[in-house]
Structures are given as structure tokens and as C-alpha cells.
Design a protein around this ligand. Structure first.
Ligand code: HC0
Ligand code: SF4
Length: 570
């Protein structure tokens, strides 16, 4: 421990602490913009400058460590003036049209500028012009970029993809797609982690809310919406709802108020996915087809984009099962259209996802096996549905909970935990065990694959067969695992991969809490829901069983192959 003084207060801090961390110990908060713990500690924005007695230059608090006897001032007149000038200079390079910015009210730069009482912009403003392919699901607005480097660092350190880089020199230095590539050619996985770690509005998803309102207003369209597992753990955050009030049933009520015709649950098709993928795994295990090992899950489109661009030779290892989102879309336009007696072409199938990559998954040419164009017509992120709720001025606090529609609104706890890293694996193992032994395991028997570790391994005994599994999240972790698998250093039977750290709960389409990682808290919500669910096994979902009985036939049967599986090569 070292002893120092900050603003006259004595502080004891660990030797490894930065000035920023030491100040927080005594509730002295130093403003930051570019700082991201363990990811971006470079002092680029120079908003956290402090004065250290005996040192000429002001120092950035985020990346300077404490020393014995240090005397620090965080708000001296010199610090105040320099911090203000630094923020004014950042603003001079930033498009400050806050009224039309998606991050207004949730922007680190806006907050610091407001807090410092900057009411005029003294420097000539030079926002960079912007050019972007507006059909791509991820948008970058160069005029809003403040060159904090967070996107570069997150993509590099957490996702191992290096999509972003610094380009240009001198005053023209800016951030852009690396190696002068277009974003569409850059192997971007579309995980959206750069968006959720951008402190301002320079990165965002393509906004599809206005297309959605148009479809709702079209009397010819029957809007059928599905809610992804992880959305239920996060949608209320940005609307000021306490977690216990932000139930999925209250979201169902809000969606009906907006005007969606039928509100369903992706957990239904998560259970359907387990039936298909579980049978597929057992077929591969029995050597009844010639796929290479291990089998990889295929439900995360960020991961599927990653393997296709980085390890194309291993694409064969992916399960052929479509993701729950896509299975749901196919079911909506076939089985459900039949139940409704509707023309599939009149069904407008929509999903709310915690994910940006899901927008591109829905647009894949291979995802249109249903009779009426794409399986899923439009994908909204959690943030977009929050914006729609706001636009409609729906007072979510006063809404009574409402039930999902039937029959595609029935899902199990196994489907709910899909939204957290390890959840797909756990759900699959619960059902694989049953399919092999004809007995249910203890529902929590496979809990060893839970938790936020980026790479987890376990071996489970299923009727005398040792099944070696791995669960990985975050693409840099995934790359490490892939190299181990490829070189033979690690050997598994079944591997779950989610592109976003912590799984979909930490997805790139979720509400943004600058500098905070909420994946773990949200995962706890999902595991809590599973724990109290009456149904915890996908193979016991009555709606799924009925769908097989009356429409799909057997798992892996002809109709299933046609509608619920895909060719990842195409
Ligand atoms: Fe996920 Fe999914 S769990 S990928 O994170 O498998 O987006 O929540 O909807 O499709 O179910 C996302 C979340 C889903 C799908 C499911 C899977
Ligand atoms: Fe999307 Fe989930 Fe994959 Fe992230 S982990 S890219 S949110 S599907």
C-alpha cells in the first residue's frame, strides 16, 4: 500500500492503483471519456488530467500510478482550465448535432461538456465528412468520431479482428476501417462490441424502426414478432424499469400497444433448435455421418461470420441447424401461417435481438426457405425496440403483464438460458442425456459450463459415453480455441461459441452503459428464470412436440431439413 493525498484527503491505495482508482477510493470522481478498464488505458482524451505537486506537466489519472507521498489535485484552477480546453478541442472535431444523435442522453462527451458548463464552442468546428455504405447493418459516422481508440482496442484485444485502425497523419489522423478496406470487405463479424464500447454516437446499428412502423401501419401485413432470450434481461434498463418490473410479459404488453399482431418467444424455437441440433449431435456421435469433429454450434451469426472468414476450412464442423431466430421465421411463415389460415406472403416476421449480426443473418440468401421470401423480414435490436417504445410514449411502468400468444409463445427454461454463454450447451446436454437414456438428468447437472470465463471445458458422462465439451465467448478467445483445435492441442466433441463476451446478454445490440459490463448481471436474470420454470427441458416443450406431430414429422426429417437447417457454405 502507498499513502498519498488527493485534494487534501489522505488516501491509502495499492501500489498498482492508478490515480483514477485511488481517487475513487475516497469518492473523488475524475471525469474520463476514452478510458476503458483493462482495454483502453492510454490517456488519449486528456480529460482526466490532474496536477501532481512537484511535476511540471499535468498527468492523465487513468494511466499514471500512485506513488508514496504523492500530492494530487484533481480540480485546481490549472486542471479546470486545461480539462475545459481539452473538451472544447474534442468538441471542435465532433459533429455536435445532439438532437439527431442516437446517443443523446447517453454520451460520455455530452455529459462531460455539460458538467463542465461548456455552453459555447470557441474553436472553429471541423467535423470530418462521412461516407458509408448505408445498407450495412453497422454504421460509422466519421464526423462524430473523437479518436478515443476504444473501438480499435475492443476489436483488437477482445475480438481479435482488427477491423478498425488509425489512418491519416497529423491533423488528418482519424479512425477508419483498417488496410483501406471497405467495411463490407473487412471480415467484420458484426458483433457490435465497437458500438457498445463507443463513448459517443460514432458507431451504431442501422436503424430499421421506421420500416417497422410502416409494416405495422400496412393493413395487409400480419406482424409476427419474436423476443430473443437475452432481450428480457435488458430491455427495461434503458426505460428506467427496475429489474423485477422489467419482465418479458410487460414487454409483450408494450409490443401489443405498439400494434404488433402476434407476440411470440424465440425460446420456442430455441427448444426446437435443441431438438434438431441434439439429434444431429447424436447422429454424428454414432458415426452416422461423416462430419469432422468437434461439432460447433451455429446459432450466433457473429461466430458464423467469423468462422467463414477466418477458418473457412472448418465451416464443415458447424451444426447445420439454423439459429432459433431463423427457425422461428421459417415456422412463422409455414406452420403458423397454416394455423392462421393466412397467406405466408402476408406475414411480416420480425425479431427483437440483442444483436447486430442478426440483421445480416436474416438477409442471407440461404435464409429464405419459407414459401414467402425471407424467413425473418426485419430485425430490431433491443435498443431499437426501446426507441420505438419511447416514440410511442408508452408508459411501461403502468402496463399490466400480458401473456405471449399461442402456440409459439411457449418456451422452456432451457430456451431462456440460450442468452448466456454456456446456455446453449447446457440446454443441449439436458436433452441429449434424455435422448440417449430416455430419462431426464437433474436439470442443473451440467451447470459447470455456466459463468463468465471466456473459455470453459468439461467432460460429462452420458450413459457411459464421455462427452468432451467446450464453451467459448469473445472472438479473441475463440481464435485461441480454434488454434488449439486445429493443432490437436485440444480435442472436443461439442463446442458452443458466442461472439460477444458473456454471450448474447452482452450483445452488441443491448442497451449501453458506458464503461460498465452487464453481461454477468443479465445472465443471472436468465438463470433465475430457468430455475423457477416448470419446464426446464427442451424436449418437454408441448408446443414444439405438437409442431413435430402435426407439421414437421420427426427431428431431422425431410421437412426439418428443408426448413430448419441450412448450408453454411452458400
Ligand atoms: Fe441470442 Fe439465440 S441466444 S443467438 O444470443 O441460439 O441474438 O438472446 O436470440 O437465434 O434463442 C441473440 C439471444 C438469440 C438465436 C436464441 C440462439
Ligand atoms: Fe449476436 Fe449473441 Fe452472437 Fe453477440 S453472441 S453476435 S449478440 S448472437
Amino acid at each position: 500500500m502507498v499513502n498519498l493525498t488527493i485534494n487534501g484527503l489522505p488516501v491509502q491505495a495499492p501500489e498498482s492503483a492508478t490515480i483514477l482508482e485511488a481517487a475513487a477510493l475516497v469518492n473523488i470522481h475524475i471525469p474520463t471519456i476514452c478510458f476503458l478498464k483493462d482495454i483502453n488505458e492510454i490517456g488519449a482524451c486528456r480529460v482526466c488530467v490532474v496536477e501532481i505537486e512537484g511535476v511540471d506537466k499535468l498527468a492523465s489519472a487513468c494511466n499514471n500510478r500512485v506513488r508514496e507521498g504523492m500530492v494530487v489535485l484533481t480540480n485546481s484552477p490549472r486542471v479546470r482550465q486545461t480539462r475545459r480546453t481539452n473538451v472544447e478541442l474534442i468538441l471542435s472535431e465532433h459533429d455536435c448535432f445532439c438532437a439527431t444523435c442516437v446517443r443523446s442522453g447517453n454520451c460520455a462527451l455530452q455529459k462531460v461538456a455539460n458538467d463542465l458548463g461548456i455552453l459555447e464552442l470557441p474553436y472553429e468546428r471541423r467535423p470530418a465528412p462521412t461516407k458509408w455504405d448505408h445498407s450495412f447493418p453497422l454504421f460509422r459516422d466519421a464526423a462524430k468520431c473523437i479518436k478515443c481508440m476504444r473501438c480499435i482496442q475492443v476489436c483488437d484485444k477482445i475480438q481479435g479482428l482488427n477491423i478498425w485502425d488509425l489512418v491519416g497523419t497529423g491533423s488528418r489522423t482519424t479512425v477508419d476501417v483498417s488496410f483501406s478496406r471497405k467495411i463490407t470487405d473487412a471480415d467484420c463479424a458484426l458483433c457490435g462490441q465497437c458500438i457498445t464500447h463507443c463513448p459517443v454516437g460514432a458507431l451504431r446499428e442501422r436503424d430499421d424502426t421506421q420500416r417497422m412502423f410502416q409494416a405495422i401501419a400496412n393493413p395487409k401485413k400480419i406482424t409476427v414478432i419474436q423476443i430473443a432470450p437475452a432481450v428480457r434481461a435488458a430491455w427495461g434498463e434503458a426505460l428506467g424499469l427496475p429489474r423485477e418490473k422489467a419482465t418479458v410479459k410487460r414487454l409483450v404488453a408494450a409490443l401489443r400497444k405498439i400494434g404488433f399482431d402476434y407476440v411470440f418467444d424465440t425460446t420456442f424455437s430455441a427448444d426446437l433448435t435443441i431438438m434438431e441440433e441434439g439429434h444431429e449431435f447424436l447422429e454424428r456421435l454414432a458415426g452416422r455421418n461423416d462430419h469432422p469433429w468437434p461439432m460447433f454450434t451455429s446459432c450466433c451469426p457473429g461466430w458464423v461470420r467469423f468462422i467463414k472468414s477466418q477458418y473457412p476450412d472448418m465451416t464443415e464442423n458447424l451444426s447445420t441447424a439454423k439459429s432459433p431466430q431463423q427457425m422461428f421465421g421459417a415456422v412463422a411463415k409455414t406452420y403458423y401461417a397454416q394455423l392462421l389460415g393466412a397467406n405466408p406472403a402476408d406475414i411480416f416476421s420480425v425479431s427483437i435481438m440483442p444483436c447486430v449480426a442478426k440483421k445480416s443473418e436474416a438477409e442471407l440468401p440461404t435464409m429464405n426457405d419459407a414459401e414467402a421470401a425471407q424467413d425473418v423480414d426485419l430485425v430490431l435490436t433491443t435498443r431499437e425496440i426501446v426507441r420505438m417504445i419511447r416514440a410511442e410514449k408508452i408508459d411501461v411502468k403502468s402496463l399490466e403483464e400480458e401473456e405471449f400468444d399461442s402456440p409459439l409463445g411457449v418456451g422452456t427454461g432451457a430456451g431462456v438460458i440460450f442468452g448466456a454463454t454456456g446456455g446453449v450447451m447446457e440446454a443441449a446436454l439436458r436433452s441429449a442425456y434424455y435422448l440417449v437414456t430416455k430419462k431426464n438428468p437433474e436439470a442443473d447437472a451440467f451447470r459447470d459450463v455456466r459463468g463468465m470465463d471466456g473459455w470453459k471445458e468439461a467432460t460429462f458422462d452420458i450413459a457411459g459415453i464421455p462427452v468432451r465439451v467446450a464453451v467459448v465467448s469473445g472472438l479473441a478467445n475463440t481464435r485461441r480455441l480454434m488454434e488449439h483445435v486445429r493443432s490437436g492441442k485440444s480435442s472436443y466433441d461439442f463446442v458452443e461459441v458466442m461472439a460477444c463476451p458473456g454471450g448474447c446478454v452482452g450483445g452488441g445490440g443491448q442497451p449501453i452503459w458506458d464503461g460498465e459490463e452487464l453481461a454477468s448481471t443479465r445472465a443471472d436474470v436468465l438463470y433465475g428464470l430457468d430455475k423457477v420454470d416448470n419446464l426446464r427441458f427442451s424436449h418437454e416443450n408441448p408446443s414444439v412436440l405438437k409442431a413435430y406431430e402435426s407439421f414437421f414429422g420427426k427431428p431431422l426429417g425431410h421437412k426439418c431439413h428443408e426448413l430448419l437447417h441450412t448450408d453454411h457454405h452458400a
